[in-house]
Write a protein that binds this ligand. Structure first.
Ligand code: HEC
Length: 314
């Protein structure tokens, strides 16, 4: 009975602190958010801990750029649930919780706005606390859409009328290789934006196969996705239209020919840069896999052979 009472009074104190906190103690100072020290101390005495809403990367908060925020707090337990919302003075602001990292919320505005972010954290033990943060999104000086650049190895057109639909299907997944560049060209009448995991707690899963599109791709504009890492849609985090949600998928398979050459071929034919088999085609390699005794033990898929041929062609 006594412990029950104590629990009740602790949560009452937390509730009061949260209410008082959001009313008086949070101050919006541009990019930096200040939490009065006595408040932080008293809340950290509870098991929810003092919460902070920190900007993940120190980029300017401007239109067209996506800004990610993360809830931090000593008392936040593993497995905590996060409920997010935003309130913005412009309808051109969108926010979404990162699927792989629910403590992270990304916001972007297409026009200047005052935005308040709200996060409610609930620990597995049921205790919860909330925090809010105000940000001012100002007009960007830069062009919101990156100009096409680099050498596109392949162009993927986001078709007119795509809207909220997937960009392609697993059956029509592209096959490309590390080192190539995939240019997305938006032939639709609305913005699209390529989502790639960035804040996954397993760092190896981030940025596969290329960087998240930094801003929406406007109608007629392009985004060059430079393929730096292998990507298998059945293993790696899905890619989708950031402005629509996880159902609007994009499918691609990216193989790393350099890595495959290093593990399957280099022992006999030397390091890639000095390979004795430069410029061999996929069909030459396929033939050698059955005709050369020493190579019969190798087992490679046709796609892996094409990726190795690409690496040998450079
Ligand atoms: C265990 C050793 C070994 C491995 C591993 C191996 N090869 Fe070979 N490969 C040979 C030998 C031996 C020959 C025949 C002699 C020659 O042509 O060098 C050969 C021949 C070839 C040929 C046909 C001849 C030519 O010059 O066009 C190609 C193509 C080839 N290898 C490519 C590869 C590729 C690509 C890999 C990796 C997927 C690979 N090999 C892995 C030993 C190996």
């Amino acid at each position: 009975m006594k412990s029950l009472m104590r629990k009740k009074s602790v949560s009452a104190v937390v509730t009061v602190l949260v209410l008082v906190g959001s009313a008086f103690l949070y101050q919006n100072c541009g990019n930096s958010f200040q939490l009065k020290e006595d408040f932080a101390k008293s809340l950290s005495a509870s098991s929810a801990g003092a919460l902070e809403l920190v900007q993940k990367e120190q980029e300017p908060i401007v239109t067209g750029v996506e800004i990610a925020f993360e809830v931090k707090g000593a008392g936040v337990q593993t497995g905590a649930a996060y409920a997010w919302s935003i309130n913005a003075t412009s309808s051109g602001c969108h926010g979404h919780q990162e699927v792989a990292a629910p403590s992270v919320y990304s916001v972007h505005c297409e026009s200047p706005a005052e935005v308040t972010l709200y996060a409610q954290v609930t620990n597995p033990n049921g205790q919860s606390a909330q925090i809010s943060r105000k940000i001012s999104v100002v007009a960007s000086m830069a062009t919101p859409t990156p100009a096409p650049s680099g050498n596109a190895s392949q162009v993927f057109t986001i078709k007119a009328g795509t809207g909220n639909s997937p960009w392609n299907t697993s059956a029509t997944a592209l096959e490309m290789y590390v080192g190539q560049t995939l240019r997305f060209t938006n032939a639709d009448s609305v913005n699209h934006q390529l989502h790639v995991d960035r804040y996954n707690p397993s760092p190896d899963l981030n940025g596969r196969p290329c960087a998240h599109s930094p801003s929406p791709i406007a109608p007629g504009a392009s985004y060059d996705c430079v393929l730096t890492k292998a990507y298998d849609p059945s293993v790696h985090p899905p890619m989708w239209d950031h402005l629509v949600g996880t159902n609007a998928r994009f499918y691609i398979q990216v193989l790393d020919g350099q890595a495959l050459y290093a593990t399957s071929c280099a022992s006999c034919h030397g390091a890639l840069a000095a390979s004795t088999k430069k410029k061999r085609t996929a069909s030459q390699i396929t033939n050698s896999l059955t005709s050369v005794d020493d190579m019969r033990s190798l087992s490679l898929t046709p796609a892996q052979v094409r990726a190795i041929a690409y690496a040998l062609s450079l």
